[in-house]
Design a binder for this molecule. Sequence first.
Ligand code: ADP
Ligand code: MG
Length: 942
Amino acid sequence: MWWPRRRHDATTSRIERAEATRTRPEPGNGRKPARWVPEVSQPGIVAERRTAGGDADPRAPLAELYAALDSGPDGLATAEARSRLTGYGRNELRRQRRRGWWRELGRQVVHPLALLLWVAAALAWVAGTPLLAGAILVVIALNALFASVQERQAERAVEALTRYLPRQARVRRDGRWQEIPAAELVPGDILAVCEGDRISADARLVDGSVEVDLSALTGESQPVYRSADAPSAAGGPTEAANLVFSGTNCLGGEARALVHATGMGTELGRIAALSQRVGREESPLEKQVRRVAWLIAAVAVGAGLVFFPIGVLAAGMPIGDAFAFAIGLLVANVPEGLLPTITLALAVGVRGLARVGAVVKRLSAVETLGSTDVICTDKTGTLTENRMRVVAVRAADTLRDPAPGPGERPDPALCALAVAVAACNNADPDAGDPTEVAPLRLAADLGVTDAGHPGRRTQYPFDPKLRLMSTVDERDGRLSLHTKGAPEEVLARCTRVLAPDGGDRPLDEAYRTELAAAVTAQAEQGRRVLGVARRPLDGVPERRAEAERDLTFLGFVAMVDPPRPEVPEAVARCHTAGIRIIMVTGDHGRTAAAIARQVGIVRGEPTVVTGDQLDAMSPDRLRHLLGERREVVFARVSPEAKLHIAEALRANHEVVAMTGDGVNDAPALRRADIGVAMGRTGTDVTREAATMVLTDDNFATIVAAVAAGRRVYDNVRKFILYIFAHATPEVVPFLIFALSAGAVPLPLTVLQILAIDLGTETLPALALGREPAEPGLMDRPPRRRSDKVVNAPMLARAWGFLGLISAALVMAGFFAVLLRAGWRPGAPTGPGTPLHDAYREATTMTFLGIVSCQVGTAFAARTEHASLRSVGVFSNRLLLWGIAFEIAFAALIVGVPPAQDVFGTRPPEPVMLALLLAFPPIVWGADELRRAARRHYKHSLI
Ligand code: ADP
Ligand code: MG
């Protein structure tokens, strides 16, 4: 029995439930068949149960099951299916409700870094400074609010990806096979299950047999055989040999199945209901940043601890003041907002990638993408358009043009070839695998069709390892085998060859050599060649190997598949970015080399390594070969070989992106750092195994994703730089105060520090996370895996350069105000003294100075190497808004009387305010010069 194969276009799995499926269920599913419906304790889901899946026992005799589900071998009518959909609900796993706002906030409030702040607030309270204690509470609250908003946005961004990967299912409705969204499956539907499908509902096989991977349900990774003919056995449902389950993968075979449970009524739904959502794993970047955050927190605590004795003993501060100050210093420098900001930056990166056609399934992938060293790519469909057109045909002895001349009648040899390719074919003239569509159209042009394959008795589907496909067909009462596939494989199984008159003759060595040369001549032009053969049969052979032998060679077709127009440029971008591209294909070596040259992957004659050579190679030898960085192309390789290539590259410490589309590619995709699946032509199984799914199957999209990964990583570094830079101008004033033993009064009050930390920094920092890509992003080699986000040069730039310049400017402003008012070192400035107003103005000047310098720093931080002009001064709108907010906030604190009382501010004179205007250009300008010098220096070195 044969029925239409599901076409894999625009079909994909859903990401969201991947989390649920990854958890192992409780062992022992030993429920009795009668109690098929599991009890579920969550109230929200119990209500759903009634509707989800019907109470039919899937292990009842088939006829009973059909009756119970009110269905039959021809499935449902669309109208009936629609009304069932309303009754049973959509075939989706309902997620556990999100954490409520309050719980989310609560989680942020007890976050470890927040706990540190709580301790500080308690200490401030105990020390008798309730104002400070209150301010710290405000810091905690604002931060928690901010963090939860960011996390929620990040979660949304990831959830929104589901939209890009709708899953399809092939069902029989109204007596026809139709592709429908998997979410619309209902009990009673007849579902087609093919190799590479992810099964979307629980179903009883009614026809055919499949091999399935049940690991999502049982944790057992050994594939199992499930067949319509298997008896219903007792035991857990997953042991029944004629049932298949939602969330599991079909690894081989074909079957039809009667859906008996959908949505939360499935076994998978039961597991999803029992196990709460698994927490999101932390990416390496987030881990590093968390470590850095703790390090800085420790430094902040240390600074506070050191300040206290110095303030009291050396500068003679009252104990209470010194204590309050120490606490303020600590609170200001604990980087509690850093982590959610990074999570959000990654999530925004993920969302951006989805828009360009790369759906990433883990936040951490964005980061890994940025460090990609090697891209191993398929040829067909990824580098090329996968639009095949037959350009030459050889039947019997003659090579000819595929288009028949006017009035020309095809000769018997050409007719025989046309019959074979039309029969041995699973495509339609306008849909299906292009490698099959093209020969099908050729046959149609020659007047040969085989629509619906009424005579087909069996098929041996295309096997990427054998590189062959065959069918057994009955025509005019005679049975024959039709085979097409890679010419070497077909020829190796041929013993005879078709003669021009339609008869046949033995295939001798000389003719074999001539044919091989003719194939090579086609392949050298980058053409894909399919050999075609046939054999008369008496009956349907038991095994494939028995069928595919003693064939008669009919000829071959040669097809062109043009490279995608955007690929050569993407390849060139990879090369300037120091990323290697290795083509790994099942196609002929010459074809592969020609295409590789056409798109610029190789320049000269590459080393072609065939699958057989690869299999004979030791892992060390392969590692060595790949380490030499020669131009190599892997051709005629099996999907398993991809796994070895990925392993060898990883053993060489390279970050590998690997594409794939077939079921057998899944292990290699898992093994690579970034497994890339095809959204259109790929199978559900590869999409499941992949880290990234290309919705357009396009190689150029991989490169765009790498660029995006680099950009996101850079931006994370930009805002860390910006946040770190203010530490120096905040700490230097205290050093001066301490070192002068109090002769210089404290240049900044506690609350002013907190205002900088919280009020003015956050928005510009966030905006830096959205910076456009810096020019030269793809002109530098990939970052090494071992590189740290926060490294010595960055700290030197933040603290030693930007920070120090800011500190100098800020202190200059502070002293300018004091000295103008007649202050001399040691003069008293406390409340009630004549200089007190001037002192308040001076501290305000310090505060405003830091804010102005941070404006300059924000512009400087926008690029790491390039000039600001090259990215455009006004190109980051968000940053401009952030800075506007920063200025408005500072003006509020300085200019509004109630705020003046709280923060101890007093507006400085206009001439001083004018001085502040010079700060940003100085800070930014200094860094601009530094960058220019670095660029120049680097160039002169090379
Ligand atoms: P690629 O890496 O180009 O996608 P495949 O593994 O799909 O390579 O195909 C390898 C070879 O198998 C092709 O060069 C072709 O000769 C043969 N082949 C591909 N598809 C089919 C098919 N549907 N039927 C018969 N032979 C095929
Ligand atoms: Mg292919």
